[in-house]
Write a protein that binds this ligand. Structure first.
Ligand code: AMP
Ligand code: TRP
Length: 325
């Protein structure tokens, strides 16, 4: 079985951008690949964070992912810092990665603007640690949203460079793109993100979800109900793509272009479809929140399995680089 690796940061509430851009895709892959999914706490500390919140955020991230369908019997789920080989390999990669490559990364530039008071070396090195995450397991595929494609491209470069210089160790991993690789926020402009309040949280109360959705931006050219709209320019339509049936979406597409369906009508349909999809997930999440010991056990087992793979690959890396004992 080919191997898959992906990661998510424990930085706050998981939103439907994460779900449609990543987690839903992860779940769909678990029976066809050897899937390893990681809660990347070392990545999360590259921006400001509250140390007293970290543990609960890690647990909540695990719970939501499991609730979405990451069944620990069929894939591995673990916490990055539980397997220290991630940072060990990142150090070696640091020494073959030019600073210029990292300064060019879009996410680094964006986050440097957002966190001017805290542009630390970890933030610059973030993609090197990500490359180590992926290559430590010799993963073949990396399912991520569009914002991460550039980091996977850098991972491929690092793999090539390492292999050229020290001998063949790493396969070049490829992106697995989801159906909806980029979900915009409710503002209809910026990427849906935890750091801006433009998201729909997976576990938010239903009335709050509806309130947020009701006010969300649609096709801005459609000022009145009788104006025809363009679903290609409507973020609500994109989001609906992740939850609605093909027939319904085709009917909505027509209704929007012919102005027979209004934006609020459409939002109501999206709301119904989304809640039908999310309710079983939200129920499982509620159950898991009451069963923390089980979640801890899942993460421990995940780390044990991943550690065994990581140690083996690190031995190979050390032998190739001349660092072996
Ligand atoms: P993060 O929350 O930044 O750790 O991201 C976890 C995963 O969700 C990554 O695979 C991202 O590419 C994906 N993701 C985050 N935000 C979005 C979005 N707005 N649209 C699509 N995918 C996203
Ligand atoms: N940088 C990714 C994000 O913010 C998270 C991540 C860390 C990751 N390591 C990874 C994703 C390895 C895929 C593979 O979404």
């Amino acid at each position: 079985m080919k191997r898959i690796f992906s990661g998510i940061q424990p930085t706050g509430e998981i939103h439907i951008g994460n779900y449609l851009g990543a987690i839903q895709n992860w779940v769909s892959l678990i029976d066809d690949y050897d899937c390893i999914y990681c809660i990347v706490d070392y990545h999360a500390i590259t921006i400001d964070f509250e140390s007293h919140m970290m543990k609960s955020q890690i647990m909540e991230t695990a719970i939501v992912n499991m609730g979405c369908g990451l069944d620990p019997e069929r894939c591995s789920l673990f916490v990055q810092s539980h397997v220290p080989e991630h940072t060990e390999l990142a150090w070696i990669f640091n020494c073959i990665t030019p600073i210029g490559e990292l300064e060019r990364m879009t996410q680094f530039k964006d986050k440097s603007k957002q966190h001017r008071h805290n542009i630390n070396i970890g933030l610059l090195n973030y993609p090197v640690l990500q490359a180590a995450d992926i290559l430590l397991y010799k993963a073949h595929f990396v399912p991520v949203g569009e914002d991460q494609f550039q980091h996977v491209e850098l991972t491929r470069e690092i793999a090539r460079k390492f292999n050229r210089r020290f001998g063949e160790v790493f396969p070049e991993p490829q992106v697995l793109s989801p159906n909806t690789p980029r979900i915009l926020g409710l503002d209809g402009k910026k990427k849906m993100s935890k750091s801006i309040n433009n998201y729909l949280g997976l576990t938010e109360p239903e009335d709050e979800i509806w309130e947020k959705l009701r006010k969300a931006v649609t096709d801005e050219a459609r000022k009145r109900r009788r104006d025809p709209g363009n679903p290609d320019r409507c973020n609500i339509f994109t989001i609906h793509g992740g939850f609605g049936s093909r027939e319904d979406l085709e009917a909505i597409d027509r209704g929007c272009r012919e102005a027979t369906i209004g934006c609020v009508d459409h939002k109501r349909m999206l709301y119904e479809d989304m809640m039908a999809h999310l309710t079983p997930i939200r129920n499982r999440i509620r159950e898991l929140r009451g069963n923390i010991d089980y979640v801890k056990e899942v993460l421990e087992n995940g780390a044990t399995r991943c550690k065994a793979i990581a140690v083996e690959v690190m031995d190979e890396v050390k032998a190739k680089t001349g660092l072996a004992r």
